[in-house]
Design a protein. Structure first.
Length: 166
């Protein structure tokens, strides 16, 4: 499906999403799809319909897999990559941009959070302090490059239910 913009043939956002899912690995495709959906270029529903209308054609399943991982609340490609890699590693899906309130007012916004366990991951290059009562793990670009498996191990351990003593 093509259209013209200023006389130039371009693909529709749905077709662009399909091409991204077909040619890139799922992590990179989702990072770009997150941005497209967040900016209103295309909706998750439109991408899903596009893939479902092409069942059996090359790339339809890859697009559906990527679309299931899209979260437009993710604000940077790095956050998207960390979130998707964690999900693919078997970590439960986080709440993106979780807002902690203090005295009824928003106080802290956490990049990726598991509120039921008071665990969060900061994707910033230099994370701020951990909110009181929360375990904060750091997944800045340098830490991710140095060892993503360590982050996955530490996060899975932090998310395990704690045994009560008594």
């Amino acid at each position: 499906m093509n259209r013209r913009v200023d006389g130039i043939r371009v693909t529709t956002p749905q077709r662009t999403g399909w091409d991204l899912a077909r040619w890139l690995d799922v992590v990179e495709a989702v990072a770009l799809l997150d941005a497209m959906v967040a900016r209103g270029a295309v909706s998750v529903g439109a991408l899903t319909e596009y893939a479902q209308a092409r069942i059996g054609q090359p790339g339809w399943a890859r697009l559906l897999k990527a679309v299931k991982l899209v979260d437009p609340a993710t604000r940077t490609p790095h956050e998207s990559r960390v979130r998707v890699r964690l999900t693919l590693a078997g970590v439960p899906a986080p709440v993106v941009k979780y807002v902690l309130a203090r005295d009824g007012e928003p106080a802290t916004r956490l990049d990726l959070a598991w509120p039921d366990r008071c665990v969060a991951v900061s994707c910033a290059a230099e994370p701020g302090p951990a909110p009181e009562g929360w375990r904060m793990l750091h997944a800045g670009p340098d830490q991710v490059a140095a060892g993503f498996d360590l982050l996955v191990r530490d996060l899975k351990a932090a998310l395990r239910p704690r045994r009560s003593r008594g």
